[in-house]
Structure formats: C-alpha cells, structure tokens
Design a binder for this molecule. Structure first.
Ligand code: TYD
Ligand code: MG
Length: 465
C-alpha cells in the first residue's frame, strides 16, 4: 500500500514547502500555498514511469496510443435533459463522460434545477443525487414541493469522496449530481472540506470517474463574494462545462449562462422562472422581460439584444439626480459600469448636458446582464429621456453601438433584432445607418418602421420626435 504524505505548493510559482505558509517564500505572493498529496512509493503497474528518459520507450509501449481516425466520436452520446432551456445552454444536452460545474449564489436555485433534471433523466437511466448539504428528509420535502416522482431518483446523503466514488462505480448512474462540491472531502487530505486542495482533489477524482466509466457528473459550486467559484480557477480548468446561474434572488427570473463549454457554444443563455412549483423554462424571453413595463414614462427605453442565437427585448431604465458629492455616482445593474461611465462622458462632451454634477442610475429590468455594445444607444436614449423628463417615442425599440465621437456604429444580427421587435408588436425601430444594407434582405410578415441614425444628435431627435 502506498504511503501518503502531503506537501504545500505555491499555486503561482510552484515553490514547495513542507508546512503551510501565509506568504510564498519563492515568489512573495500571499495566500497561494496549497496542500498537495504525494504518494511516496509508486503504485504497482506504473514502474515504467520511474525510468526517466531512458525508461520512456518502455512506458510508451504500455501506453494506449491510437490514431485520431480510430477514435469514435462521442457526439452521438449526448442526451437531452428534457428541460429545453437547460439543454439550450448545454448545446443540446449533457454529453456522456463529461464533468459539468453549476455555479451560483446560495439560494438562486441550483439544487432545484438539478433535482428537476434528475427526475427527467430518471426516465432514461439512473439518476443519483448526492446531497452533502441537506438531509434526505429535506431533499424529500423539496421534491414533494416540486411534485417530483421520486421513484427513479437514487439519493445518497454523504460527504466522503471514497464512499461516493464506490457508489458511482457500483450504480453506474447516467447522471450524478454532487450538491455541493464544497461539502465533499477526500480522507487523505487533512484540510477541511471546501478548501482549494479538497475541492481540487475531489473534483479530480470525479473527473477520472466520469471519463473512465461514462455517465455525466454535475458539480454544484457556491460562488464566493468576489464572484469566483470557491476553489478558484482550478475547478474551472478541470471541468468540461461551466454554467452560472444568475439573477436577482428577489425577482422571479433566473438566467443560466455557460462560461465554458467543450461541447457547445458559450454565448447561449437559458431563462427560467422560479415558481412555487420549481423552475419553469421561459420560451418567450422578450415577453417575460417586458412584462409590467410602464408606458410613456421618462427614462425607460426598450433595447433589442441578442444572446447567443436568441433575440431578447429588454427594458433599460435610467434616472438622473443632482449629485451631493464632488464626484458623481455612476450606479448600474445589468450593464458594465465602465461602459456607462464612457457613455455619459460621450453624452456630456457631445451634447453638453452637464452630467458631471449629476448621479446616474441604470437598471436592466428582469435581472439580465447585458455584455453587448448594441445596448449603448438604448442607454444613451434612456439617460437623455430622464434628463429632459420626456418619454421617448411610444412603441419603439432601439439598438446600436455608440462610439467616442458620438457616432452610431453598426452591430451584428440586425435581422434577428428587427424581426423580434416586429413579432413583439413594436411600431418602430431606431438603428444604426450602417445596418441599412443588412435590413434589405429581411423578409417577415410584420416589420417595424426602420429609422436609421448615424450619430447621437440624430438619434435623440428621432427618439423624442
Ligand atoms: P435552492 O435550489 O435551494 O438554491 P441553491 O441550491 O442554489 O442554494 O433554491 C432555494 C430558493 O428557491 C429558495 O429561496 C426558495 C426558492 N424556491 C421556490 O421559489 N420554489 C420552489 O419550488 C423551490 C423548491 C424553491
Ligand atoms: Mg442547494
């Protein structure tokens, strides 16, 4: 039996020490020493590796090398979860033999989503739900609330990696959910569950299990205050797919986004509504995002965004207020704050509005986070509308990127945005002049009136006209 010891390695420079240190003696970084397991005697059957360079040929002879042609593609082994929004983010479904990480704030709905996924998968194969956070009766209570048929879900209340690994090996589930990775521990390590080394060790073990014996393993991970999944980037590098669950806990909409996906695109997003009976996929995203929108109110503008392949209309709200401090506040929810600072600077300079002594507040209604620059023009219109205390043209959708000299620049997916605006019954659409050619090819039953603009002066004339 191999003797197990531990050592400490700096995650930045690799410097090695025998005990934990707050500061790495090698590179001087703080809090980078991570405990690592060392197996002192080589396990049987791996002797070839100890031969160094001379022993390489022996090791290679034993290795399992194949030509790329001989490898069978795993594409056929993708199975849909049956939850359309979840499948969309995954790129069509879960891929056999993969490790998926689902991150998000506590209470956002990770356990709910995965318990629902277990029920759906349970109809096709075995689903194993490993709960380290909740007792079986708590899981049962949740399942009852969700109206889930529990007969096909196997439940294991355990935190020890060895027992979990043995169970997975014996049961061979099609889907295993580990809720959560931060509660699991490997006995060989002395550190507490949730530490970087434990998280990495357990995730590494699960990764080997998924790759060797098939089935999908989904890890639930809590997000730390600074936004990274605890047991930071190591975990994101190890897994095949990283999904983040976001949204406002008070609001009912939840957004699932892929930040890494080895088997699909990362820009797709899934929208769910949290009801008393669990998460329900939202098909008509624009309708959900615009529900309850006030009409004819200053500072409210509808922007046409595209997330992945899906067009979404969202309401952007702005509010300006005289600043009480020397430096104006720029608060924003759902849009990058730096982008707002840039856009207010452009407006201040080009339109001479005097925004430098006003606080500005921006909000994307519905909890969606927009990364696209195509929302720039809507932000500018919303700020101008609240500045003039005048509502914008009714029934109008706005999109376009704003440059530093106040010019409106073309954006991609013009057709999707315009068609979505028409589908949602909007009468007009303000868009960049540079998109004129792209609109010529659009064929749809119902199109809004297209109003092309080339700079923010023109845009604000049209939007309030
Ligand atoms: P949960 O899945 O436990 O979150 P996480 O695992 O990410 O910590 O979700 C808990 C929240 O969801 C809780 O605030 C209550 C709410 N909820 C509903 O609104 N409806 C439901 O059917 C369920 C099960 C939970
Ligand atoms: Mg949970």
């Amino acid at each position: 039996m191999a003797k197990i010891k531990t050592k400490f390695l700096c995650s930045e420079c690799g410097h090695e020490t025998s005990g934990w240190m707050g500061r790495c003696p090698g590179c001087g970084q703080f809090n980078t020493m991570v405990e690592e397991r060392i197996v002192t005697s080589a396990p049987a059957g791996r002797a070839g590796r100890s031969g160094g360079w001379a022993g390489q040929s022996g090791a290679a002879a034993g290795a399992n090398i194949v030509t790329l042609d001989e490898v069978t593609s795993g594409e056929g082994r993708r199975f849909a979860t049956g939850m359309a929004e979840f499948d969309r983010v995954l790129g069509g479904g879960l891929v056999d033999g993969s490790l998926v990480l689902v991150g998000g704030d506590p209470g956002i709905g990770k356990s709910t989503l995965l318990l629902q996924a277990c029920e759906k998968i349970g109809k096709q194969g075995t689903a194993l739900y490993v709960s380290g956070e909740e007792s079986p009766s708590q899981v049962k209570l949740r399942a009852e609330r969700l109206g889930i048929d529990g007969s096909r879900i196997r439940l294991l209340s355990e935190t020890s990696f060895d027992i979990i690994a043995a169970t997975i090996a014996a049961e061979k589930p099609a889907l295993t959910v580990i809720d959560s990775i931060q509660t699991m521990y490997a006995e060989e390590l002395s550190s507490a569950p949730g530490t970087v080394s434990q998280v990495r060790e357990v995730a590494g073990g699960l990764l080997r299990l998924a790759k060797h014996q098939g089935g999908v393993i989904v890890l639930v991970g809590h997000v730390t205050k600074d936004g990274a999944i605890a047991g930071p980037r190591v975990l994101e590098h190890m897994v095949d797919t990283v999904l983040y669950f976001e949204g406002e806990r008070q609001g009912s909409y939840r957004i699932l986004r892929a930040t890494k996906n080895r088997f699909g695109a990362t820009d797709e997003l899934g929208i769910f509504e949290m009801r008393d009976t669990g998460l329900v996929g939202v098909e008509n995203a624009s309708q959900a995002m615009l529900a309850g929108r006030p009409l004819g109110v200053p500072g409210s503008v509808v922007a046409a965004c595209v997330e992945g392949t899906r067009p979404i209309l969202v309401e952007i709200q702005a509010l300006l207020n005289a600043s009480a401090y020397g430096t104006p506040q720029r608060m924003s929810q759902g849009i990058d704050r730096n982008r707002i600072i840039m856009l207010t600077a452009v407006m201040d300079r080009r339109l001479k509005l005097g925004l430098s002594n006003m606080d500005s507040f921006l909000n994307v209604v519905g909890g969606l986070r927009i990364d696209e620059t195509a929302a720039d023009l809507a932000v500018v219109c919303a700020i101008a509308s609240t500045f003039r205390d005048q509502a914008i043209r009714p029934d109008t959708v706005v999109f376009g990127e704003v440059g530093l000299s106040g010019e409106i620049r073309p954006v991609t997916h013009v057709d999707r945005r315009v068609v979505e605006a028409g589908r949602m019954g909007f009468a007009s659409c303000i868009l960049p002049g540079g998109c004129r050619r792209a609109t010529e090819r659009i064929r749809a039953d119902r199109l809004p009136e297209l109003l092309f603009v080339d700079n923010i002066h023109e845009a604000l004339d049209v939007v309030t006209g």
